[in-house]
Design a protein around this ligand. Structure first.
Ligand code: SF4
Ligand code: SF4
Length: 82
């Protein structure tokens, strides 16, 4: 999963781009639900939120490191295909 850092400027550009609805407005900044973020595996070649974020504040979450296979398995579960 990816994570949004406190450099987020609350621009709301990333939220509608997420194919898994993993991004929402948190108390202070936008947040990513690691249970829903597949790093866009299953949908796109590149993480869409990273592509659009104007301040580049969405790195990999070191607390939620996953292999492509794990991300693919998560995609199948949340999309109802597994
Ligand atoms: Fe959503 Fe993809 Fe960003 Fe994860 S990497 S939060 S799935 S847009
Ligand atoms: Fe925050 Fe970047 Fe999302 Fe804008 S695009 S809300 S700055 S994480």
């Amino acid at each position: 999963a990816l994570i949004i850092t406190d450099e987020c400027i609350n621009c709301d550009v990333c939220e509608p781009e997420c194919p898994n609805s993993a991004i929402s407005q948190g108390e202070e900044i936008y947040v990513i639900d690691p249970n829903l973020c597949t790093e866009c595996v299953g949908h796109y070649d590149e993480p869409q939120c990273q592509q659009v974020c104007p301040v580049d504040c969405i790195p990999l979450d070191p607390e939620h490191k996953e292999s492509k296979e794990e991300l693919q398995a998560k995609y199948l579960i949340i999309s109802g295909q597994a």
